[in-house]
Write a protein that binds this ligand. Sequence first.
Ligand code: ADP
Ligand code: MG
Ligand code: MG
Length: 206
Amino acid sequence: MNTAMGTERWVRTAAERVAADAERLTRLDAAIGDGDHGHNLERGFTAAVAALPGDAPPGKVLVAAGRALVSKTGGASGPLYGTALRRAGKALGDTDEIDAAALATALRAALDGVTELGRAAQGDKTMVDALAPAVAAFERARDDGGDLAACARAAADAAERGAEATVPLQARKGRASYLGERSKGHMDPGAASTALLLRALADTVS
Ligand code: ADP
Ligand code: MG
Ligand code: MG
């Protein structure tokens, strides 16, 4: 992916997709949470687009977007996604060219940031259920010699499967966990938004 342009394009595409899907994400959250996830993210990504630094390396673009997400997204997902983007940006450092290896490192750093902050494991019915398999799939595709686009597609596919797989689970983290057994039978909204963000990434780099 060529430089900051690609990273910026991902932030803009993500913002558009979040806005287009805000109602669906909020409906998912209404079923097992407090019904604000789509609108939280829409506000956060609008702020992230506004905070894009213009001419800067990709890592700086992600750090700026992450900072905006932390400060403008309400709810649990704001600090989690904000941390993910900031960690990914820091992992990229000052590099201008993002290849599959660099993005693998950045995605792994994002996942580590989310789990350090939120303490959710896979199977707890959170965004980690989409992000963790996505990172693993990205790494596998890269080990198999896949280029950036192939790796990102594998990650997006795995995230979508991971989000689907949250439906029967009982939530053990976040608001949905307050529902106990009644959280079963619904897709986790954060897992759904993670799948959306990774699909936006795959579409941006291909
Ligand atoms: P809130 O629950 O504060 O209203 P959102 O609705 O924006 O925040 O986000 C809810 C999503 O955040 C959940 O669907 C879940 O995926 C994610 N989430 C909540 N707590 C955690 C956690 N501890 N670790 C990882 N993800 C979490
Ligand atoms: Mg909510
Ligand atoms: Mg809320």
